[in-house]
Design a binder for this molecule. Sequence first.
Ligand SMILES: O=P(O)(O)OC[C@H]1O[C@H](O[C@H]2O[C@H](CO)[C@@H](O)[C@H](O)[C@H]2O)[C@H](O)[C@@H](O)[C@@H]1O
Length: 527
Amino acid sequence: MVTTNIDPRRYRAVLFDMDGVITDTAAVHFAAWKRLFDQYLASRQRSSSEDHQPFREADYADYVDGKRRIDGVVDFLRSRGISVPGGAAVDEAGFETAHGLGELKDRYFLDALAATRTLLFHDVVPLIESLRSRGIRTAVISASRNCAQVLERAGAAQLFDVRVDGVLADRLGLPGKPAPAIFLEAAHRLSTPASACVVIEDAKAGVQASRAGFLGLTIGIARTGPPNRLLESGADAVVSTLNDISVGPSPERRLSEVPDAHHCWNEIADRIRDHNPVLLLDFDGTLAQIRDDPTKVTMPWRTRNVLQRLARHSPVAILSGRDLQDLRCRIRIENLWYAGSHGFELADPEGELITQHAGETASSDLDNAERLLRDELAGVPGALVDRKRFALAVHYRNVRTDRTEDVMSTVARIGRGFTTLRPAHGRRVIELLPNVQWNKGRALRWLLDRMGLSGTDVVPVFAGDDYTDEDALREIHDDGIGIVVRSTEHGDRLTWAHYAVDDPSSLTALLTRLTSPMGKGPNADHV
Ligand SMILES: O=P(O)(O)OC[C@H]1O[C@H](O[C@H]2O[C@H](CO)[C@@H](O)[C@H](O)[C@H]2O)[C@H](O)[C@@H](O)[C@@H]1O
């Protein structure tokens, strides 16, 4: 579970998108668009320059979600090689213009809405109350011209201090998302600078709009689908429900705000001098460079060397998403602790294996999910299904950009079919893991206990690069030293790390400095 925080010392307003964030209406919109486009595409004469396949979830996310109605019509049809005239607001529903087709979609939407019990998500009011109690103001934002009506039906008309919707945007001539105008208008109406506003969005276009407008913090919410599409559009963090957002002072910072570990070397050396440092390190992207093919990853000899030297001095553990066997083969150092499959299988320095019971329980569902995924993804070039003992990863680094959304949705959909599994996300990878409260943070603390190391003289030092490493960085935030290896794939995201390094080779250089117990750098190496 990913959680994030809104710090009232830094943010004074929160701007909520409506459909899919506060009201359960995104599925109603999707169904109305699908009805419109499937009918329209089926009615067009076949042409080799046009794609008439049915409208998919990925089309909704890429071309329509969060946008003004006519922009959605134009952008989706363009993606299929079709252009229609813009037309005018007076065009009748079904007329072959952007306005006419948009009008028909609206008719389908309103029919479906009338038949739906709307639909405020249960997690909205608690968050708004918590924001209010700390003096944070709120706005609801929507590209929809039906915003007021939907809020009324949801019993949420009075919930927000400000509303900026499609009707107001048209009156003011504001361009739709991904332009930021609608958010900036809300910030203005709340008398709050954009940099002090938080945006909560479920659509790519909305996340892009927030980033384009330099709003202070962009939180994505992926209630059912995979969060990566929002992270890759620029969200600072992605949660799966509003309950995962807390309000209060927070030590999280952006990657770009975290000080460089080498510049702060004296501070780090002071923290570990006369203490028992314990090194806990992630593997991919941290000790080894990211590569297109995960089977080709090797650890540089310099890094192996320094780990061997460190292990003579203090306990060293490697915590990885990789399968335990695979991890040990890539590191090839005897006397380390190893945790594979995100901590579901572990080995002590003598090689004794310890597995988490939940992993065993999920095994047969992992087998079933693997079969389904191999089947469904067989036709997607570049998609790589990687089965580990207690996890199932699907890599999409080598998948064409316009197919990645399909891969992520497929894994999320198949994952939802198994209550024993939950999705986790990393750098161009989506994984299914046993559905229990176990992650690298819990595994790290468990390892320290097992090593018999606790108390104020012990300083856990953890380094990692990825979203899943944040659980460990958070776990040691108060008693250890957290180091993040910077990457750009998830933008300037939030992190619990105290220090940062630029890449794995810079981390190796830092580890080399750590080999000096007096903290005087590699030349003063006494190990
Ligand atoms: O916890 P980690 O040690 O960082 O492992 C996380 C995943 O790392 C690997 O995938 C990542 O690295 C690959 C090779 O550089 C890269 O191609 C991929 O895009 C990255 O996500 C590994 O293959 C996975 O099994 C791990 O779960």
